[in-house]
Design a protein. Structure first.
Length: 132
């Protein structure tokens, strides 16, 4: 009799386990995991600022933008909390601040270069750069 219970219980347990494991995947987990590294970050300069393009398959987190400018002692920085996969973010020069809190005024301190660094939801590092 005990052998009959074990024979019936095993298939039932296997079916239940299949349903539990299938339920572990959801859109939030799929979004965070992505589909691989993708093509990385592209940084494009413009007359008013710059555009950061996320060509990865995962959201980028804590995107640090550092711009060096002529005549400035320290770089101008902005941290963008997140950029979704395959999305762009535009930053104006007025969005960038120095350590002392000064706003980047392109008429006074002409931008020379920008470096963008970020990590995705799995901790992979990405960077991109541009010059004006």
């Amino acid at each position: 009799a005990l052998r009959d219970i074990a024979t019936v219980s095993f298939p039932a347990t296997a079916i239940a386990l299949t349903f539990v494991l299938a339920g572990c995947s959801n859109p939030a987990i799929d979004k965070a995991a992505g589909r691989g590294a993708g093509a990385g970050i592209t940084v494009r300069p413009s007359a008013e600022g710059l555009t950061i393009e996320n060509h990865t398959t995962r959201p980028l987190l804590n995107v640090r933008v550092t711009v060096t400018a002529a005549g400035a002692d320290t770089p101008f920085v902005r941290v963008v909390p997140a950029i979704e996969a395959e999305q762009n973010t535009d930053l104006r020069f007025a969005d960038l601040l120095s350590e002392s809190g000064a706003v980047l005024d392109a008429g006074v301190n002409a931008p020379q270069s920008a470096l963008v660094a970020a990590r995705d939801t799995l901790g992979n590092s990405y960077s991109g750069a541009t010059r004006w």
